[in-house]
Structures are given as C-alpha cells and as structure tokens.
Design a protein around this ligand. Structure first.
Ligand SMILES: [Zn+2]
Length: 161
C-alpha cells in the first residue's frame, strides 16, 4: 500500500489522533470527541432552534463517530486536522439538521443523501481553508455557493466568525 505524503509541518498530535483512531487505540475516540464537541456546539447553535441544539449535537457526534475510521482515512494530512474536522462537521450538521426537520414535519425517517462527487471532497476544502488548495479546487470553491456555505460553516465551527 502506498504511503500518503506527510506534511512536515503537521502537528504530531493531529497525526497521533488520526493514527490512534485508525488503529482503534483505547482513548482515541474520547480524544476525537473532545475535538469535535466544541465545533458541533457552535454549528448546531447556528443551525438549529435552541431547544433542538443539544439533540442535534448528540446526533451528529454519533454519526461522525460511527464513521470515524473512514473519516480519518480520508484526511489527506495536508491541512490541520481541526480544519478538516470542521469541514466534515459542517456537512454532517447540515445533513442531520435537514433530516431532523423533515422527520419532524412529515413524521417518517428519511435517507441521508448520497456522497456528492460534483464538489471537492472534505480534505480538498480543508486545504482551501488552509490556503494550500489545488488551483482547480480553489476555482471551484470561489464560484460554488454550496461549497462557500460549507466553508463559512466550517469557519463558524472553528470559532472564526
Ligand atoms: Zn461546490
């Protein structure tokens, strides 16, 4: 298996956390939860009614932890882990909030959307947020409203706005 190129400036704590999740190490999930929780709280406070925000945080956290190995293996290690997690959290919060509203209005469960391959992946957008995107990703992100919204929400998750 090819070894992904490593960013020499990458925070060793970020790599240790990702490697810990991928190796299913004890304590790694708790560490990931501690990174995610403040981001999810900011996002859900922005997206949901105050009465729903805590439930939405719990739901999104559960969804992300269910997919933690896939999430970590898709991080390309060229942006800080927190930036990548913020982009992934933004997508998950928007999706779960939308499902939440549909379930409440219609009373039936609704499937999650398929992964959207027409837009840059989360690792690509995280690099754009970190000012090291490929030109094609930068060009897309600057003209796509959907990606712009995701980036704005990721900034919110990071406490930058
Ligand atoms: Zn887009």
């Amino acid at each position: 298996m090819a070894v992904a190129p490593r960013n020499p400036k990458l925070d060793p704590a970020d790599e240790a956390l990702a490697d810990g999740i991928l190796a299913d190490e004890q304590g790694a999930q708790d560490a990931l939860t501690q990174r995610l929780r403040p981001m999810l709280e900011r996002l859900c406070a922005r997206l949901a009614d105050p009465d729903d925000a805590d439930d939405l945080v719990a739901l999104v956290l559960y969804q992300i932890l269910q997919a933690e190995a896939r999430l970590m293996s898709a991080w390309d290690r060229r942006s800080p882990l927190d930036v990548y997690l913020a982009v992934a959290s933004a997508r998950s919060c928007v999706e779960e909030h939308r499902r939440f509203q549909i379930i409440r209005a219609v009373g039936v469960d609704t499937p999650r959307p398929e992964a959207d391959t027409d837009h840059p992946c989360e690792a690509d957008l995280a690099r754009w947020l970190s000012s090291c995107a490929d030109p094609a990703v930068a060009a897309h992100a600057e003209r796509c409203r959907r990606c712009a919204r995701r980036v704005a929400l990721a900034r919110c998750a990071l406490g930058e706005e």
